[in-house]
Write a protein that binds this ligand. Structure first.
Ligand code: NAD
Length: 365
């Protein structure tokens, strides 16, 4: 078995965390006995410097030819004054659109070793493990008409049946592999587009009778995520609501350096840490690689259906944290302060340890 992975390290710490993730991916491939073929391309500021474009047709073509795309991060002060369509960040929107990545998945999972660094109480947080599925290529961010004049501003929130159906189907399928519960989030008490969303989600639900479905208004959901996050398994929602809820969900569980993501379409998928290129720490060895490593776990899970590999990576991260390894962003007294590279070494060592324990049948976290 062999998979082609296109690497887009990008700018700043994007390079450092992509290196870390690749080291873990190679370890997984060796242990589980399959091949990974890597191709590295430029994106963002570094691509602009070389080609005067943040995303070239060649890079896009490599992505079209891949089984999965892994992205570090783009951007930096050097490129801030460029015109909008030449900025590094413009490459991300273009890439997501070109690859038809209509679903963004962000997990909100608590690592026990970091539970005390959350802003929420331990009792509220313990056992939290849900994902937010955000529709990524439709809704109010793309709807027409849009604009403003001196007197008023306007945008359009619109969804087609096909757009709602395909993400609803993905949510129910995902829930089947988890705790079999989907919460569809809308504002159907005020918005017609939400009433339509709700009708379609219920229609699709008829094909998944083994999965529980409940509807929740977006304002109540924001409150429930901080009140009782354990109640959720899969949250399914539109672009605008998902933008806000996935940030709330991410931040209750830890630092920016810990948050992975997957963006998935019908043909292509892209995995990236949520954080940016962090120019303030780029090149210092301070970047936390765990968000990128966890994004690699999502790649094994969603693109290659290797749930076991993803689980061992996640357990290795959990054990590394339990042993007290911390990069500066998650450091607390009594822990071992380590660099990006040392943190990655520790995750790999723990991955190998867990892999062998599982083979011998003696695995405990
Ligand atoms: P950022 O996420 O880069 O950094 C915010 C803060 O978090 C900084 O203090 C940084 O040091 C810290 N941080 C981020 N990731 C970290 C990690 N892995 N380990 C340790 N600390 C980490 O956001 P920003 O400063 O607002 O943006 C910097 C640049 O990144 C901008 O050009 C922005 O447009 C771009 N950006 C890119 C993406 C992306 O590529 N997906 C996302 C967000 C921002």
């Amino acid at each position: 078995m062999s998979y082609k992975v296109v690497l887009l390290p990008g700018d700043g710490i994007g390079l450092e965390v992509t290196n870390a993730a690749v080291r873990v991916m190679k370890t997984v491939a060796e242990s589980f006995n399959f091949e990974l073929e890597f191709k590295t391309e430029l994106i963002g500021g570094c691509s602009y410097d070389k080609y005067q474009s943040p995303l070239t047709d060649e890079t896009l073509q490599s992505c079209y030819d891949s089984d999965a795309v892994f992205l570090g991060a783009v951007g930096g002060t050097k490129w801030e004054s460029l015109q909008h369509n030449l900025k590094p960040e413009a490459a991300l929107l273009k890439l997501r659109k070109a690859l038809g990545l209509y679903t963004n998945i962000r997990p909100a999972k608590i690592y026990n070793a970091l539970i005390d660094s959350s802003t929420l109480k331990k009792e509220v947080l313990q056992g939290t493990d849900f994902v937010v599925l955000r529709e990524l290529t439709g809704g109010i961010y793309f709807g027409n008409p849009r604009g403003f004049d001196n007197e008023r501003g306007w945008n359009t929130m619109e969804y087609s049946k096909e757009e709602v159906e395909r993400i609803a189907r993905m949510a129910f399928k995902l829930a089947r592999g988890r705790r079999k519960k989907v919460t569809s989030v809308d504002k159907a008490n005020v918005l017609e587009v939400s009433q339509f969303w709700r009708n379609i989600v219920h229609e699709v639900h008829k094909d998944f009778p083994d999965v529980e479905l409940n509807d929740m208004y977006v304002d109540n959901t924001a409150m429930q995520i901080v009140r009782n996050p354990k109640q959720f398994d899969v949250i399914l929602t539109s672009n605008l609501f998902g933008d806000i809820l996935s940030d709330i969900a991410g931040m209750i569980t830890g630092s920016l350096g810990m948050l992975p993501s997957a963006s998935i379409g019908s043909k292509y998928s892209l995995y990236e840490p949520v954080h940016g290129s962090a120019p303030d720490i780029a090149g210092t060895g301070k970047a936390n690689p765990l968000a990128a490593i966890s994004s690699a776990a999502m790649m094994f899970n969603y693109s290659f259906q290797m749930q076991k590999a993803a689980e061992v990576i996640e357990s290795a991260i959990e054990r590394t944290l339990a042993k007290g390894f911390r990069t500066a962003d998650i450091f607390s007294d009594g822990c071992k302060l380590v660099s990006t590279e040392k943190m990655t070494d520790a995750v790999i060592e723990n991955f190998n340890e867990i892999f062998h324990e599982q083979a011998l049948g003696v695995f405990t976290l």
